[in-house]
Structure formats: structure tokens, C-alpha cells
Design a protein around this ligand. Structure first.
Ligand code: ADP
Ligand code: MG
Length: 332
């Protein structure tokens, strides 16, 4: 049974960035205004996500890392209108099965914090009091050490995995309003190195300037298109004209209701339309789809970055029109 659990866990948490993503989303779900990601050895040795959110109440300690334990769904009707990032109760249990999990937490109702240690099964093996501020810090040591083949591959590709984490954190840094995001990495030779630090500004514009710089921001134009009633896309896109794009598509971030997503058809369309006027360049894009939670599905794949629009054609068509209007107004 535990072998099966380990293998299934590898589908929820399939790389370093998916592990960090689950923890960051838990912090955001907990209402944190500061989220700090600490990597040790690029995440190979361990990583910690700590926040100043609500903390975890003692009544939740024992079941915290058991499969399908969640405090976020009150009945199954909730499943079709999920507003929080997490809802499956699988992240902590999967991380537990794949590495060594430690949780330090305190709610505003507790005088002191608690440090919890977990076995790979998800059971609590240690509980002790500790001084700490309100909030939660989750640490995972030696991710994938329980899956030897995966572990070897993980260590071999660690720099690439690290790069994906940074890109993911940039995605949150761009879209999160009023959340300070900090990421540091510590390696054997170097002491703590800050790799990302945002101020928690309250506008997308300020976030873009923090993450991409003001020179890049100057080459962007606000973008807003209504798809249908209560449905719209907004954000920023490279202005038309030579020299405002990039040589690679590494500065393209898409979201659904503020949740980072992979939408290959959308990025393909955006690239295609931009490149018809700027040969060989890619646009910078930060686009958020604001659509009702009932018109897309995030449940299908365990990796919640993959989503399915129920009216994909309508969305792509409106997007195409909006971008064509921006890039070649005379033709449209
Ligand atoms: P889910 O997010 O789907 O509920 P998880 O396995 O990610 O499942 O987390 C299990 C539970 O642990 C959450 O429902 C929440 O109650 C608690 N939790 C996890 N991380 C945090 C955090 N950073 N702050 C507060 N509560 C947390
Ligand atoms: Mg979660």
C-alpha cells in the first residue's frame, strides 16, 4: 500500500516546482501577505515555504498530512465553484510520502507555536512547542528520496528544476496583489542569496515593473477584451512595432482568475499574431482570464496548471479579435 501511495504521490508532485507551487498556494489560501521560499542546494537538500497566514489549529494536526484531509471543502457542491487554490487535500500527504515533512505553525489563538514531524505514511511522529510568530512554515527535506530512480533524475536535473521554480514564483509575483514574495537559495559555497524579492504592491503595473523592470514595462500596452458577459481577459501585452518583443517566450504568463495556468493554445495564438508583424520575436504577455468558475475545469489533471475551458473556441476567437485590433487596427 505504501508503495502505491508513493507512486500516486509522484503524480501530484512530479517535480520541484509542483511541490513549491502547492506550498505557496496553501500560504495564499491561508491569507498570507508575506510568503518566503527558502531553497537549500537549489531545493535538492530541502526547501521551506513560510508565511504569516492564519496558521493551523491544533485540532487539525493529527490528520494534516493524511490523504484527502482538507479544511477547504465543506460539501461536494463546493467542488464546482472552487475559489481557493487547493481543494484536494493531497499536497501535504504526497509531500510526506516523497520526502521528510516538518510543519511549524501557530494561530492567533495559541500563545506558542508547534513543531510537527511526520512519517512517510502521513502520521505525526513528533510534536513539540516552539516560539514563533502567527503563520506556518512547511519544510520538505530530500524530495523524492523514497523513489530512487526519480531521485537520481531529480538530482541530475536540479538546475533546470530550480529554473522552473523561479519562473513559477515570478508568475505569482506578477499576479499577487498585496503579497510580499521572497525567495532565497543557499548553496554549500555561498551564503544565503536572494533570488527574488517583491514589495507586495497593489497593482499589476507595479508588479510588472518589479519583476521585469521599467524598460520592459515601457514596451507594454494594457490589454482588455470582453469575451461575453462576466467574462474578460485583461493584462499587458507587448506593443506592436519592432524591438518591443523578446527572442524567446520566457516572459509570458497566463492566469485564470489569478491562478497561473498553462494554456498552450493561447500562447500559440498570441505568438502567432505578434510575429506576423515582428518577425522572429515573441511578445511579453501577462494575461488574466476572468471567467466564472463554472466555465472551466481544473479537476481533470492532478497538475492544476492544466485547465480546460468549456467554451474554448469563443475565448480564442475573442482573444484573436482583441489582439488583431491592437496589432493591426487598419485591417480589422
Ligand atoms: P488542500 O490545500 O487541498 O486543502 P493540502 O494537503 O495542501 O490540501 O493541505 C491540507 C490542509 O492543511 C489544508 O486544508 C489546510 O487546512 C492546512 N494547511 C496547509 N498549509 C497551510 C498553511 N500554509 N497555512 C494554513 N493552513 C495550511
Ligand atoms: Mg493545498
Amino acid at each position: 500500500r505504501s508503495a502505491v501511495h508513493r507512486i500516486c504521490s509522484g503524480q501530484v508532485i512530479f517535480d520541484l516546482s509542483s511541490a513549491v507551487k502547492e506550498l505557496v498556494e496553501n500560504s495564499l489560501d491561508a491569507g498570507a501577505t508575506t510568503v518566503e521560499v527558502t531553497l537549500r542546494g537549489y531545493g535538492e537538500d530541502s526547501f521551506t515555504v513560510s508565511d504569516n497566514g492564519t496558521g493551523i489549529a491544533p485540532s487539525n494536526f493529527q490528520a494534516l498530512a493524511l490523504k484527502h484531509h482538507t479544511s477547504k471543502i465543506s460539501d461536494f457542491g463546493d467542488l464546482s465553484s472552487v475559489a481557493t487554490f487547493g481543494f484536494r487535500g493531497e499536497a501535504l500527504s504526497s509531500l510526506c510520502a516523497l520526502g521528510k515533512l516538518t510543519v511549524e505553525t501557530r494561530t492567533k489563538d495559541e500563545q506558542v507555536g508547534t513543531r510537527l514531524e511526520f512519517a512517510h505514511s502521513g502520521l505525526v511522529t513528533g510534536e513539540s512547542k516552539m516560539a514563533r510568530p502567527v503563520g506556518t512554515a512547511v519544510t520538505v527535506e530530500k524530495l523524492f528520496s523514497t523513489l530512487p530512480v526519480r531521485s537520481k533524475e531529480f538530482r541530475r536535473n536540479i538546475r533546470k528544476e530550480y529554473g522552473k521554480v523561479i519562473s513559477l514564483l515570478n508568475a505569482y509575483a506578477l499576479i499577487s496583489k498585496g503579497v510580499r514574495l521572497v525567495c532565497t537559495n543557499t548553496t554549500g559555497k555561498n551564503s544565503k542569496m536572494a533570488v527574488l524579492r517583491t514589495q507586495g504592491s497593489s497593482s499589476l503595473k507595479d508588479n510588472i515593473i518589479t519583476v521585469f523592470g521599467s524598460n520592459t514595462f515601457k514596451c507594454l500596452q494594457p490589454f482588455n477584451v470582453t469575451i461575453s458577459e462576466g467574462c474578460q481577459v485583461d493584462g499587458f501585452l507587448s506593443k506592436p512595432g519592432p524591438g518591443s518583443g523578446r527572442n524567446s517566450g520566457d516572459r509570458q504568463f497566463f492566469y485564470v482568475n489569478g491562478r497561473p495556468v498553462d494554456v498552450p493554445k493561447v500562447s500559440k495564438l498570441v505568438n502567432e499574431l505578434y510575429r506576423s508583424s515582428n518577425a522572429k520575436q515573441y511578445p511579453v504577455a501577462v494575461l488574466n482570464f476572468c471567467i466564472p468558475t463554472t466555465s472551466y475545469d481544473v479537476n481533470v489533471a492532478p497538475d492544476k496548471r492544466k485547465i480546460f475551458f468549456s467554451s474554448e473556441q469563443t475565448i480564442l476567437l475573442s482573444l484573436r479579435e482583441g489582439i488583431e485590433n491592437m496589432y493591426c487596427p487598419q485591417q480589422c
